[in-house]
Design a protein around this ligand. Structure first.
Ligand code: NIG
Ligand code: FE
Length: 418
């Protein structure tokens, strides 16, 4: 493979130096930006990052063989990382959106058999091939927006057979698509209709059958629970997350989205890698998260699309909780693949600075899925996942909102979008 030389970025945003621990507090604004910076790439890996003249000198005898990308006047960042998606599902729920625009709430629709249940029905009915094709289309769109790694949750199968089908599709996508897919088991996304009158039995199935099998087949790294009144209680979530831990699955949690429910506290107690949503997390919950280093994954696209106030990121940042950002891509509460738009919303509705938003969608997002040793920053030894944005500085990626500025995407050292 020829070396790849990305040269002379107006802003090369490296985010170097934070692979060991997530950025927190004031450090979230420290992007380590280089002007007129270049990156030398070999065999899918970053070999060197530095001022252009320095790299030209160092690789003088190999310049002729390298493929060159001229990034003059542009901004180069690490490939964006989306640490919370429901990528693999079938169908679409625009009719529910129309109902919500008319005044119905998300929970009303779910309790009437729509919401997660509607997507579960469509996902169960879809063949593995259809599920693969529908999800692949979304993954293609993620890539076009500069996203090179996504986390993907199951949770629309809600039976051993169909959860496995979803996780198998995620694995196939990881194996066949340029975007890396990191899987999370979310059997506890909802109690499916057939167990509505015996939720205890459904939880037993998760704990005694699904988790062991997912773990045995190595189909997920993380185990997530939708912990919310009317879905799973904190006690149920604790049992499920502890069972996952016993089988090597790291806990994640959908926490305190609709009302304060002890989700942030539970995340700290079980040592979750992240707690996500957190719109209504208590002060004490946030303090405990900060103490245990639990990352807060904020999802401003979801609040925007559900017509609710977004989480106040400043509360988390002031409490010392490292913040990451994600799309929550799903057909009910956030049908988007645009992580850059989510970054704009984080600035507009959550009071994050553009610098914090970019750190939250790169290195901190990588930490939220246990990948910060390989992705999330531009440093020698890391995977060569980079985006060239056709704007002169990183703020414009978010400022010109709703526009896709990603021009060239490099994944594992290969140009995959040009
Ligand atoms: O993260 N909150 C739970 N799950 C998703 C929504 C899933 C759906 O509506 O299909 C979320 O917002
Ligand atoms: Fe979610």
């Amino acid at each position: 493979m020829r070396p790849l030389f990305v040269r002379r970025a107006r802003q090369l945003v490296t985010l170097a130096g934070s692979s060991a621990a997530p950025l927190v507090g004031k450090n979230m604004s420290d992007l380590s930006i280089m002007e007129n910076g270049s990156v030398w790439i070999e065999n899918g890996t970053i070999t060197a990052v530095g001022p252009d003249d320095e790299l030209v000198r160092r690789f003088a005898d190999r310049l002729a063989e390298a493929e060159v990308i001229d990034a003059r006047g542009k901004t180069v960042t690490p490939g964006l990382v989306d640490p919370h998606t429901h990528l693999v599902y079938a169908g679409s729920r625009e009719h529910e959106w129309t109902m919500r625009l008319g005044g119905a709430t998300y929970m009303e629709i779910m309790n009437a058999g729509g919401g997660i249940h509607a997507t579960t029905k469509a996902t169960r009915e879809a063949s593995e091939e259809t599920l693969y094709e529908e999800s692949k289309r979304r993954l293609d769109q993620f890539l076009l927006h500069g996203v090179t790694t996504v986390e993907a949750k199951s949770g629309y199968g809600l039976s051993l057979e169909h959860e496995m089908k979803q996780l198998n599709v995620a694995k196939r996508l990881h194996d066949t698509h340029p975007v890396d897919v990191v899987s999370t088991f979310l059997g506890a996304h909802a109690v499916p209709p057939e167990w509505k009158h015996d939720r205890e039995e459904y939880i037993r199935l998760i704990v005694e059958e699904m988790i062991p099998e997912v773990s045995r087949q190595g189909l997920a790294e993380f185990n997530d629970v939708f912990c919310e009144r009317g879905v799973f209680t904190p006690d149920e979530a604790r049992r499920i997350l502890e069972a996952g831990k016993a089988h090597g699955l790291t806990p994640k949690i959908h926490a305190d989205e609709i009302e304060p429910y002890g989700g942030a506290e539970l995340a700290a107690e079980v040592g979750a890698i992240s707690a996500d949503h957190l719109l209504r997390a208590s002060d004490d919950g946030l303090r405990r998260m900060a103490e245990r280093g639990v990352i807060g994954v904020l999802l401003p696209g979801t609040a925007f699309f559900l017509l609710t106030n977004a989480a106040n990121a400043r509360r988390l940042l002031d409490a010392g909780v490292p913040v990451a950002l994600a799309t929550d891509c799903n057909s009910g509460s956030s049908p988007t693949v645009s992580l850059p738009l989510v970054m704009s919303l984080a600035c507009l509705h959550m009071r994050m600075t553009p610098a914090e938003a970019l750190a939250a969608a790169t290195i901190n997002a990588a930490h939220a899925i246990g990948r910060a040793h390989v992705i999330g920053s531009l440093e020698p030894g890391k995977k060569a996942d980079l985006v060239v944005f056709n704007v002169p500085n990183y703020v414009q990626i978010m400022y010109y909102y709703g526009v896709n500025h990603a021009e060239t995407v490099i994944k594992d050292g290969k140009v995959v979008v040009a």
